[in-house]
Write a protein that binds this ligand. Structure first.
Ligand SMILES: [Zn+2]
Length: 142
C-alpha cells in the first residue's frame, strides 16, 4: 500500500510529496556526513520503488545549491532557509531524496540511522548510486 508523506520548508513556500510502500520503521535513513548535511542536521531518505514530487508555491524563493561534484541540486527555501531535499537529473531520469526533518509529521520510528560518507566517490560512482537508491522524481519545480 503506497502511502504519501508530505513535507515542506518552515514557511511553506516549497515542499514535497513522497510516496512509498515502505513503512517508516523500515526506511533507510542516512545521516550524510558532508559539511552541508551536517550543518543542516539533514537526514536523507529515498525509495527506488517510490515516487517523489517537489512542489513550489513560489518558485522565486526556491534556492538550488550545487556543491562538491555538482551533480545534484540541493533545494532550500530562500525565505526561511530550510533544506527540503535534492534532485539529480541523469540520462536515466530524475531522482531525489527528501530531508526527513522537513516532513510535516514525524513518521514514527525512523531509527535505522546510518552515518554515511560518500567522500571517495567520483562523478560516475555518485550518479550511479543515486540512480539506484534515490526516488524517481515525477515533477521538479522549475
Ligand atoms: Zn520557507
Amino acid at each position: 500500500m503506497r502511502t504519501s508523506f508530505q513535507g515542506s520548508c518552515h514557511c511553506g513556500a516549497i515542499g514535497f510529496d513522497y510516496h512509498t510502500n515502505i513503512s517508516p520503521a523500515e526506511w533507510s535513513v542516512r545521516a550524510c556526513q558532508c559539511s552541508f548535511c551536517r550543518a543542516h542536521d539533514a537526514l536523507s531518505t529515498s525509495d527506488p520503488n517510490g515516487q517523489l514530487e517537489f512542489t513550489s508555491r513560489n518558485t522565486e524563493v526556491l534556492q538550488r545549491y550545487r556543491f562538491g561534484l555538482k551533480t545534484a541540486d540541493f533545494m532550500l527555501c530562500g525565505r526561511c532557509g530550510v533544506y527540503i531535499g535534492a534532485v539529480i537529473e541523469t540520462a536515466g531520469g530524475a531522482f531525489g531524496i527528501v530531508n526527513v526533518h522537513a516532513l510535516r509529521a514525524t513518521p514514527g520510528n525512523t531509527a535505522k540511522l546510518a552515518p554515511a560518507s560518500y567522500d571517495n566517490e567520483n562523478v560516475a560512482g555518485r550518479v550511479s548510486r543515486r540512480e539506484a537508491r534515490w526516488t524517481p522524481v515525477e515533477a521538479v519545480p522549475w
